[in-house]
Design a protein around this ligand. Structure first.
Ligand SMILES: [Mg+2]
Length: 252
């Protein structure tokens, strides 16, 4: 374990958000459930929505494609509409936008807890004077960080809003990681990047980052390595443990 690279030796560490810093997928799952339970009951749709629907129709899909697939599974058809549709609109896009409103509400009401292992690592980096930054495709990144109470831990947040404003192509293109490094004033050749998704690992690897860390939350260690991760862990606590044992403060 102690042969893991020492992340305090880098000029900065760039972290993906969903799945690396926070277990955001659970909030998305909950928001879909709350939104579709209401819709199904309002429209008398049978059978009722279950979490199996999430994995069968929504997980990993673009929002509107997921809505269309789930409704199709119940033989319900509504017009596609337009991404600019109001959340009240009974269109695929309107229903998808409704889910985003519910997501923000669930986040506000229930909050979200960052992964403890990730926060241990960020504490260690802070103590060593190594800045941590967020590189996320999500347009909810600021809300998620605020709900987790950790916004102030990241001097740079490159998220879906910034990417849209700057017309940056999404991961797996390297642009979001490269611009985040630029915003942090660091060189990719002296910077580490941490990702849990295949497309994210590809993005960081394409950016020429000195170290690309894969966090295996289900993508698979080999798949992450094949995408360009130099090292794969199942949780960032492994880096914190390695640091503690190197510095003699751990039990190992
Ligand atoms: Mg992720």
């Amino acid at each position: 374990m102690s042969d893991l690279p020492d992340l305090t030796q880098y000029d900065a560490v760039l972290f993906d958000l969903d799945g690396v810093i926070t277990p955001t997928a659970e909030v998305h799952m909950h928001a879909w459930r709350a939104m579709f339970e209401t819709l199904f009951s309002d429209w008398d749709i049978q059978p009722p929505y279950t979490d199996t629907d999430y994995f069968d129709h929504l997980d990993g899909k673009k929002r509107y494609d997921g809505v269309a697939a789930l409704l199709r599974s119940r033989d319900v058809e509504v017009p596609w509409g337009d991404p600019s549709d109001a959340p009240e609109a009974d269109t695929v896009c309107g229903i998808g936008n409704r889910k985003n409103i519910v997501f923000s509400r669930v986040l506000r009401e229930e909050g979200i807890q960052a992964y403890p292992g990730t926060m241990r690592l960020i504490d260690i980096l802070d103590a060593a004077g190594v800045p941590s930054a967020v590189v996320s495709s999500s347009k909810n990144a600021e809300d998620v960080l605020a709900a987790a109470g950790i916004r102030d831990r990241f001097p740079v947040v490159m998220d879906g809003m910034v990417a849209e404003r700057q017309h940056l192509p999404s991961k797996p293109a390297p642009d979001v990681f490269l611009v985040a490094a630029q915003m942090a004033g660091v060189d990719p050749s002296r910077t580490a990047a941490v990702e849990d998704a295949i497309s994210g690992v590809r993005s960081a690897a394409a950016g020429g980052f000195s170290l690309v860390v894969g966090v295996d939350r289900g993508a698979g260690a080999q798949a992450l390595r094949d995408a360009g991760a130099h090292v794969v862990v199942s949780d960032l606590a492994e880096f914190a443990d390695a640091h503690d044992s190197r510095s003699g403060s751990g039990s190992a």
